[in-house]
Design a protein around this ligand. Sequence first.
Ligand code: AP5
Length: 216
Amino acid sequence: MLIILLGPPGAGKGTQAEKITGEHNLANISTGDILRSAVKKNSALGRKAKQYMDQGQLVPDELVVEIVKERLRNSGEEDGYLFDGFPRTVEQAIFLEKALPELGKKIDRVISIDVEESELIERLTGRRVCSNCGANYHIKYNPPAVRNVCDKCGGDLYQRDDDTLETVKERLEVYRKQTEPLIEFYEKKDLLSSVDGSKSMEEVYEQINNILEDFQ
Ligand code: AP5
């Protein structure tokens, strides 16, 4: 199975990706997570990517395509892939289309998670992430049991550098210009399903699971 989660920043792609890959034995390929880990390690890739990420801009396609190629080469024993945050431009989508036949894979479904902009801003500015295991929280919608402490591993929670109001607005603008065209791109290929991402996390997961049932 190969699934792509598409949606604006804060739509819940990461939250749903964690649940889906936990239940369906899929490799979770999150370009955002890979890039953040490179930034944390201060690698050459991380230093280049950081300049773009901090401004709310997309990292150039050639860098992102290289990290996806590397990730696909190193994939393990899973039954398929779930892409979270990739592709994000039409150029990246075309790269993926060309790379998949070599792996004997094809896209089963692209799931677009739709949420109103005012809700996205509230979600992102209230998001907290575990510095140790990467688990996601929200100060209002999904708070940890103890303030600023991860329920799963006890790590400290922090606010992402790109979750400030100013950078969130820039990310939403970048999404509209560079990523939203993918909705039409995949609609024309008859691969797109949409879910109402404004519902609770459990309800969104249920909608996604109903779609995935056709591909088990
Ligand atoms: P990335 O990490 O992919 O960020 P994003 O797409 O902006 O998405 P987010 O992680 O912000 O949101 P999400 O949809 O995963 O929502 P989440 O589940 O966390 O990318 C970061 C940067 O890396 C980019 O800006 C770019 O620079 C670069 N990059 C990455 N991929 C790239 C690519 N392919 N090409 C070029 N550059 C790339 O949820 C958000 C909050 O809401 C959380 O607090 C959560 O608890 C809460 N929440 C989730 N669901 C619900 C719900 N149903 N109800 C209430 N609250 C909810």
